[in-house]
Design a protein around this ligand. Structure first.
Ligand SMILES: [Zn+2]
Length: 270
């Protein structure tokens, strides 16, 4: 499933290809995505120019002269920039054709992705309740400490809640908690402020490393398969149940928290 780092590298890969292009036509081959694509969408965006490409959480925001398109990659979505006359592939659900002759195609076998148009994207229902960006200025130890007071929820669930902070998926939450030395099951409201300083640093560094790894493995979006790729990041705990901890050689434990597999070291994380 594309996580924040994969969406960010998709954004960086496509940005130079899309910004400045004029949309000639939008073809919806199958509107049955996670939410049905509105039939009025093509008419809203055709003839418009793309001003910028941004990311908010795991949404790509394609800003136009008037309004914006919101694209989510879902579980298996992928964007591919095509400059030749190759026919659409199976699961290519929509296509944005530009006046330059090139096209952007969205392929999504599982159809959990989405496409919306919005006049005011920042107040769109999908975006308006999102927490701060983990790599932005709003995600600080003060913020996390303050919002966690009085909460009994496990700290791992707190940082995976998109209304608290966006884009911290299961792998990144497990790895960040290991780096910060915090047990994932610990009630969020019982963690001291200085430990949240370490956690914020760890969340940022884990995500930044994944983005860097993605940047180096990012394949060319132009006529390529457009796969931002899964990043060959060194994982300290995730998926390593029973193996010995790199720091202390205790076996890594696995536990389910909020229906998600969670990995941690009982000796290093308290
Ligand atoms: Zn350990």
């Amino acid at each position: 499933m594309p996580e924040l780092p994969e969406v960010e590298t998709t954004k960086r890969g496509l940005e130079p290809l899309l910004v400045g292009q004029t949309i000639a036509a939008v073809k919806i081959r199958d509107p049955r995505l996670r939410w049905p694509v509105e039939t009025t969408l093509p008419a809203r965006v055709e003839t418009q120019r793309i001003r910028s490409l941004d990311r908010r959480g795991k949404y790509l925001i394609v800003s136009l002269d008037d309004g914006a398109m919101l694209i989510h990659l879902g579980m298996s979505g992928r964007l591919r920039y095509v400059t030749d006359e190759s026919p659409p592939a199976n699961h290519d659900h929509f296509e944005i054709a530009f006046s330059s002759g090139s096209k952007l195609r969205f392929n999504d076998p599982r159809r959990f992705g989405s496409l919306h148009f919005s006049d005011m994207p920042e107040s769109h229902w999908l975006l308006k309740n999102l927490g701060p960006e983990p790599l932005g200025d709003g995600f600080t130890a003060d913020y996390l400490y303050g919002i966690s007071r009085g909460r009994r929820v496990a700290v791992k669930q707190l940082i995976m809640n998109g209304n608290i902070v966006v884009g911290v998926g299961n792998i990144y939450a497990s790895e960040a908690l290991f780096r910060a030395g915090i047990r994932p099951t610990r009630p969020a409201g019982r963690i001291a402020k200085h430990r949240y300083i370490g956690l914020v640093d760890s969340v940022r560094s884990v995500l930044e490393e994944a983005i860097r790894a993605g940047g180096t493995t990012l394949r060319d979006f132009r006529d390529g398969d457009g796969q931002a790729g899964y990043f060959q990041q060194e994982l300290s705990v995730y998926g390593r149940a029973g193996e010995s901890c790199d720091r202390c050689s205790e076996p890594i434990r696995q536990k389910t928290i909020g229906q998600r597999a969670t990995y941690y070291c009982v000796a290093c994380q308290r």
